[in-house]
Design a protein around this ligand. Structure first.
Ligand code: PMP
Length: 417
């Protein structure tokens, strides 16, 4: 059974440690970094800084070791093989690498199994983050494929049956978020991956909001590709991961080409290395990669089952806080249903930006806006919502502070009259 996280865990995070005035409820946008991550980056910058994978010097060897060791640890953390972790600039970048690779395949640049033809279908959901929508829109436009989507209901939710209803014999790609950054809904990934496999479609998982919060075993879940970002999982920004099954990564055309990714180059052609190197053209953000290695060490030491249990109880408190305030509409799974520890809500009669400003004046950091999910908000009949989100260092006291402040918002703006 899960063990509670350490009482003094906040002390590890200099951005919030010793600052009781700072209620940080914006971890779904960017999480705080523990000292161990900051130290890993600084130590690398001070001590081990050198080019990786180029040349044969001792310094390069040490830097390469740090770089590849981070890859091994990140791979182990998400249930991937080492060759299945590709460094990218962000989750957004990782999703683009898949869509652009398929576009190249469709243009005859290799990787025939990824080629789309007019009439083929790409399936997403209406709840997707723009990062998992716009690259597919472009791929559809470039190839003549049709973009279809699983509609959401008035809470922003969809089910596997809704997804099944959109599947056809022409579905080639199913792209969806493991955890929605707006609703907190957790998708039944393994079941969808099995369905996709039967249908002969590739699955692309946006794991941005799950990698930091749930035990993740991508190999076992059976997805073909997945994307996540360092800065949402206690790591640095500027680095993300594209996961792909090794056999697929070896065939997907590399969207970015250049040095380090190749075996032989002539004046008219180039041959690429196997994955992951074929996708890592040019100089990588090595310092951030080392930091991400330290971030997964930190999470692994906490134990992801423990993290999930901690955040589960925070989720219940958060939902309770939100629904306890009259005139506040909760988006996403109803109270009691499984969800991530994030809550988006609409305060009747008060614009989300005013809600955000009011909370900010009380030292409470939340996110307001459409959270890069305009179609979802449109379906909800809203232009923006307020989102509070938790992480390993979030406390019940922070959620209580949110509850108290939320209780005053409508009165302050005269919306309760
Ligand atoms: N997908 C989801 C579900 C997200 O929450 C985010 C970040 N808000 C992204 C994709 C994009 O991540 P990044 O900006 O780090 O590329």
């Amino acid at each position: 059974s899960p063990a509670p996280l350490r009482e003094d865990i906040r002390a590890d995070f200099p951005g919030i440690a010793g600052r009781p005035d700072r209620v940080y409820l914006d971890s779904a946008a960017t999480s705080q970094r523990p000292e161990s991550v900051i130290a890993a980056e600084a130590d690398f910058a001070r001590r081990d800084y050198a080019a990786v994978h180029r040349g044969s010097s001792l310094a390069t060897g040490e830097a390469t070791y740090a770089f590849e060791s981070a890859r091994e640890r990140v791979a182990a953390f998400v249930g991937a093989g080492e060759r299945e972790v590709v460094w990218t600039a962000s989750a957004t970048d990782a999703l683009n690498v898949v869509a652009l690779g398929m576009s190249d395949a469709s243009a005859g640049l290799g990787g025939d199994r990824f080629a789309l033809r007019p009439g083929d279908e790409i399936l997403v959901t209406e709840a997707e983050h723009h990062a998992d929508l716009i690259p597919w829109q472009r791929l559809a436009r470039r190839t003549g494929a049709t973009l279809r989507w699983v509609p959401v209901d008035e809470r922003g939710l969809w089910t596997i049956d809704d997804l099944r209803a959109q599947l056809s014999s022409r579905t080639r790609v199913i792209a969806f978020a493991h955890v929605s950054n707006v609703t907190g809904m957790i998708a039944p990934v393994a079941d969808i991956a099995a369905l996709a496999q039967e249908a002969g479609a590739l699955t692309v998982l946006d794991a941005c909001q799950s990698a930091p919060h749930l035990p993740l075993d991508l190999g076992r879940l059976g997805v073909d590709f997945a994307a996540f970002s360092g800065h949402k999982m206690l790591g640095p920004n500027g680095v993300g991961v594209l996961y792909g099954r090794a056999a697929l990564l070896d065939e997907l055309p590399p969207a970015r080409t250049g040095g380090s990714a190749i075996t032989t180059v002539t004046m008219t052609d180039a041959e690429f290395l196997p994955a992951p190197q074929r996708f890592e053209a040019g100089t990588q953000p090595v310092t951030q990669i080392v930091g991400l290695g330290a971030a997964v060490d930190y999470l692994a030491a906490l134990g992801m089952a423990n993290v999930r249990a901690h955040e589960d109880s925070l989720a219940a408190e958060l939902i309770d806080a939100v629904v306890s305030v009259p005139g506040v509409r909760l988006i996403g799974p109803p109270p009691g249903a499984p969800r991530a520890a994030l809550a988006s809500f609409d305060v009747e009669g008060v614009h989300a930006h005013d809600v955000g400003q009011f909370l900010d004046d009380r030292g409470i950091t939340v996110r307001t806006g459409h959270h890069c999910a305009q179609p979802l908000h449109r379906r909800l009949g809203l232009t923006s919502t307020t989102r509070a989100s938790a992480s390993v260092y979030t406390t019940s006291a922070e959620i209580a502070a949110l509850r108290d402040a939320l209780g005053e918002v409508r009165g302050f703006f005269g919306a309760d009259r």
